[in-house]
Design a protein around this ligand. Structure first.
Ligand SMILES: Nc1ncnc2c1ncn2[C@@H]1O[C@H](COP(=O)(O)OP(=O)(O)OP(=O)(O)O)[C@@H](O)[C@H]1O
Ligand SMILES: [Mg+2]
Length: 565
C-alpha cells in the first residue's frame, strides 16, 4: 500500500488543495443549520428585520461556499487520482513488458491484464473517494454531533445514544458485504477471461459451430456476476434504511424532548438537519470501508507485480569455445522444476552455418530457442553464444545478436512496413532486401498500399503464409548475426519455402541460421540437423549422416518423402 500511495507524491499539491477545499466546503455546510436556528429562535422573535436579512445573506454565502467547495474539491480529487493511477498503470505496464518468461507463467496473462485494468481502476476509485469522502464524512459525523451539542445539549444526548446503534448496524452490514465484493471481483475476472477467449477464438467457435455452447458459458459467468453483485447490493442496501430508522426513532425522541424542554422550533429544525448530516457522514464512512478494502486488495495485487525482480542476473561464467557461434553443453531444463523438458543436449555450430531442428510436436524445439535467447535459464549445463555463456552477457547485448521469428509470432495493428521495422529506423534498403528474401515481395507489391498496407488486429486481414513472411522479414531486417525461424515457414508451399532457403543462403551468407521445422525438406540442406524426441537429442549431423545413423530421422524422412511424391 505504501508503494501505491507514493505515486500520489507528485500530485500532493492538488490532493492537499482538494482536501482543504473539501474541508472548508463541509464546514460551511455545518454552519448553515446553526445560523437557521439563531435566526428563527433569536432574531425573528426580537423583530430585528435588517439582521434577518444580513444573516439570510450570510446563509446564502455559506451555501455558495459549500456548493463551490464541494464541486471544486471533487474535480481536484479526480485530477489527483487520475494522475497517480496513470503513473502507476504506466509503471505496471513497463514492469510487465520486462518480466521474465517464468514470472509471466507464474502470474498468468489474464491476471496481469486484470491487474492492469480493473485493479488499477479500483485503486483510482479508492484514492478519489478518500480525498473527498475521507474528509467530508468524518466532518459531517463529528461536526454534526458537536453542533448538535451547541444547539441543544439534551437533544444531542439522544443523538449520541443513537449513534452507537447506527455504527454497529453499518459495521455489521459492511463486514457482511465485503466478501461479496471480493467474490464479485473474481466473477468479473471470469467474465473478462471468457470474453477474451471468445473474441480471440471467434473463428474456431464458428467453424465448430460452438456459438450456442459459448453463449451458454458466457451466460453462466454473467449470471454469476449478476447474482454476486445483487447479493452485495442487497446487503449494502440495508444500511441506508436501517440507519435512517434508528435515527428517525431518535428524531421522534428529539421532537418529544424538544416539545417539552427545547428553547424553540429553530433548535428542533437545526437538530433535524444535523441528524441528516450525521446520517450522511455515517453512510459515507461505510462507503469508505468498501472502497478502501477493495482498493487495498487491488493495490496489493499491483504491488505484487511491481515487486518482482525482472532483471536477469548477469554473472561470471566460464567461457566456451569462441569458434562456435552457438553451443549447448550438457543442457537440461524444466519449465516447472519437476520433470525435464530438455535432457542433456549437446551440439555446436559455427558462424554462417545453418542448423535445422526437427522433432515431433512437444519434443522441445521451441524450448531450445527459448534457452538460446535466454527467455529462460538452463537448469544445468550451459548455453554459449559466440563463446560466452548467455548468463554472463547483459540481456540487451545478448539479444542484439538475434533476429527471431517465433512460432505463431504476433503482428501489431500497424502498417506492414512498421511491423517489419518495429521502431528500429532501419531504412528502406534493409526493409526491401528483407522483404525480398522473405519471399514477401510479390504479395506486398500486390497489396493496395504496398508497405503502407495496414495490418488488422491479430493480422486478421493477412493469410497464414503472408503473416509468416512478414514475421520472417521482421527477423531479417535488422541483419542479425543469428537468424532464428521457429516454424516460420510451415504455412508456405514447398516451392516458396525452398525459394526462402535459397535467398537466405545467397543474400545472408554470413548470418548463422537456425531453422525449426516439422518438414524434413525445410532442414535437409542445413549444415547440421538436430533431431529431438521427447526432450532428448537423438541425432545430430548432416542429412546424409542422419539417414544412416538416426533411425527416427530416416523414418520421418521416408514418411514425408512418400507424402510429397
Ligand atoms: N511456458 C511453458 N510452461 C510449461 N511447459 C511448457 C511451456 N512451454 C512449453 N512447455 C512444455 O515443454 C515441452 C516442449 O515444448 P516446446 O514448445 O519446446 O515443443 P516444440 O517441439 O516446439 O513443439 P511444437 O512442434 O508443437 O512447436 C512440451 O511438453 C510443452 O508442454
Ligand atoms: Mg514449438
Amino acid at each position: 500500500m505504501k508503494k501505491t500511495l507514493s505515486y500520489l507524491t507528485p500530485y500532493r499539491g492538488t490532493a492537499a488543495l482538494a482536501v482543504t477545499v473539501k474541508f472548508i466546503g463541509s464546514i460551511a455546510e455545518l454552519v448553515l443549520p446553526l445560523l437557521l436556528d439563531y435566526i428563527i429562535d433569536d432574531i425573528v422573535p426580537a423583530g430585528d428585520m435588517p439582521m434577518v436579512l444580513w444573516l439570510g445573506l450570510a446563509m446564502l454565502a455559506f451555501s455558495a461556499v459549500a456548493l463551490v467547495g464541494n464541486i471544486w474539491a471533487n474535480k481536484l480529487s479526480v485530477v489527483a487520482a487520475a494522475g497517480m493511477t496513470h503513473d502507476l498503470r504506466y509503471d505496471l505496464f513497463k514492469k510487465i513488458s520486462y518480466l521474465k518468461s517464468e514470472q509471466v507463467d507464474m502470474v498468468t496473462v489474464p491476471s496481469l491484464v486484470s491487474r492492469l485494468t480493473s485493479d488499477s481502476y479500483y485503486v483510482n476509485e479508492m484514492v478519489a473517494r478518500m480525498l473527498r469522502l475521507g474528509v467530508r464524512a468524518p466532518i459531517l459525523l463529528i461536526g454534526g454531533v458537536i453542533m448538535t451539542f451547541i444547539v441543544d445539549a439534551y437533544m444531542a444526548l439522544i443523538l449520541v445514544a443513537c449513534v452507537p446503534f447506527v455504527i454497529i448496524a453499518v459495521v455489521i452490514i459492511t463486514k457482511k458485504s465485503i466478501p461479496y465484493y471480493s467474490k464479485k471481483q473474481a466473477c468479473s475476472d471470469d467474465m473478462v477471461r471468457t470474453m477474451q477467449e471468445n473474441v480471440s477464438g471467434v473463428r474456431i467457435i464458428r467453424a465448430l459451430d460452438k456459438g450456442g455452447c459459448e453463449r451458454r458459458r458466457f451466460k453462466g459467468v454473467s449470471d454469476r456476476l449478476g447474482k454476486t453483485d445483487f447479493d452485495a447490493k442487497r446487503v449494502m442496501s440495508l444500511t441506508n434504511p436501517l440507519s435512517t430508522l434508528i435515527l428517525n426513532l431518535g428524531l421522534v425522541a428529539v421532537i418529544i424532548v424538544g416539545a417539552a424542554m427545547s428553547d424553540g422550533a429553530g433548535s428542533v429544525l437545526a437538530v433535524l438537519t444535523y441528524f441528516t448530516m450525521i446520517l450522511n457522514g455515517m453512510l459515507g464512512i461505510s462507503k469508505i470501508f468498501v472502497v478502501l478494502s477493495r482498493g487495498v486488495a487491488s493495490a496489493g495485487r499491483i504491488e505484487e507485480v511491481l515487486a518482482l525482480d525482472e532483471r536477469q542476473s548477469v554473472g561470471t561464467y566460464p567461457a566456451g569455445n569462441e569458434d562456435n557461434e552457438v553451443e549447448f553443453s550438457g543442457v537440461s531444463f524444466s519449465y516447472n522444476g519437476v520433470e525435464d523438458n530438455l535432457t542433456d543436449i549437446n551440439f555446436a555450430i559455427k558462424k554462417g552455418q545453418t542448423l535445422g531442428i526437427i522433432g515431433a510436436t512437444g519434443s522441445g524445439k521451441s524450448t531450445i530457442i527459448n534457452l538460446m535467447t535466454r527467455l529462460y535459464d538452463v537448469s544445468s549445463g550451459a548455453v554459449y553464444v559466440r563463446g560466452r555463456d548467455v548468463r554472463s552477457v547483459p540481456p540487451g547485448e545478448l539479444r542484439k545478436n538475434f533476429g527471431v521469428a517465433f512460432q505463431n509470432d504476433f503482428l501489431m495493428a500497424a502498417s506492414v512496413g512498421e511491423n517489419i521495422d518495429y521502431g528500429r529506423n532501419l531504412g528502406g534498403d534493409a526493409i526491401n532486401s528483407a522483404v525480398s528474401a522473405a519471399q514477401a515481395e510479390e504479395f506486398v507489391g500486390g497489396l493496395k498500399d504496398g508497405l503502407n498496407y495496414r495490418v488488422a488486429q491479430k493480422a486478421a486481414n493477412l493469410s497464414g503464409g503472408q503473416k509468416q513472411r512478414v514475421t520472417v522479414a521482421r527477423a531479417l531486417a535488422g541483419n542479425p548475426e543469428i537468424l532464428i525461424l521457429d516454424d516460420a515457414s510451415s504455412a508456405l508451399d514447398y516451392e516458396t519455402d525452398a525459394a526462402l532457403r535459397r535467398a537466405l543462403a545467397t543474400q545472408y551468407p554470413l548470418t548463422t541460421k537456425i531453422i525449426v521445422a516439422q518438414r524434413v525438406s525445410s532442414v535437409k540442406s542445413a549444415d547440421k540437423i538436430l533431431v529431438l524426441d521427447d526432450g532428448r537429442q537423438i541425432g545430430f549431423g548432416t542429412h546424409t549422416e542422419l539417414l544412416e545413423n538416426c533411425e527416427e530421422y530416416a523414418l520421418i524422412y521416408r514418411a514425408q518423402m512418400g507424402e510429397e511424391v
